[in-house]
Design a binder for this molecule. Structure first.
Ligand code: ATP
Length: 137
């Protein structure tokens, strides 16, 4: 079956929403294959966010992702990459649809980076790459 790398970002962990987010993933019917609370490093984030290097939000994004522990999760299920992105909602939590993780639990905090609670892989290629980054490094 398909696998995806999900991160509960530092805002989600800090706000005590890890359980709620894992609950929604399990309620949807996906399996938790691996769950690990860990601290990111600059090297790990440089690999994870390589495609965003040079963008205006890159610095604030890395700083935010280093601001506290992250819950790294591997989920499994048919079409779980697309399914989790649908559960997560739009990138900007202000306009993410109600019913989604970002729409129900997130908002704009007036800072340079969108603190939007979760990350989910966007393709099979990124899932394989990101699972390697978070679970073998
Ligand atoms: P999605 O693909 O659903 O938009 P994502 O997490 O994959 O979510 P990316 O476009 O890959 O989003 O951007 C990575 C992260 O960088 C976002 O989740 C968000 O935290 C932050 N970000 C993205 N775009 C902006 C922006 N314009 N301003 C501030 N922060 C941003």
């Amino acid at each position: 079956a398909q696998r995806s790398l999900v991160l509960v970002k530092p805002d989600g962990v800090r706000r005590g929403l890890s359980g709620e987010i894992l609950r929604r993933i399990e309620a949807k019917g996906y399996t938790l294959v691996a769950v690990e609370l860990r601290s990111a490093t600059p090297e790990l984030l440089a690999a994870h966010y390589a495609e965003h290097e040079g963008k205006p939000f890159y610095g604030p994004l890395v700083e935010f992702m280093l601001s506290g522990p992250v819950l790294a999760v591997v989920i499994e299920g048919q079409r779980c990459i697309e399914g989790f992105r649908s559960l997560a909602g739009a990138t900007d939590p202000t306009v993410a649809a109600p019913g989604t993780i970002r729409g129900d639990l997130g908002r704009d905090w007036g800072v340079a980076v969108q603190q939007n609670l979760v990350h989910g892989s966007d393709s099979e290629e990124s899932a394989a790459r990101e699972i390697g980054i978070w679970f073998t490094s």
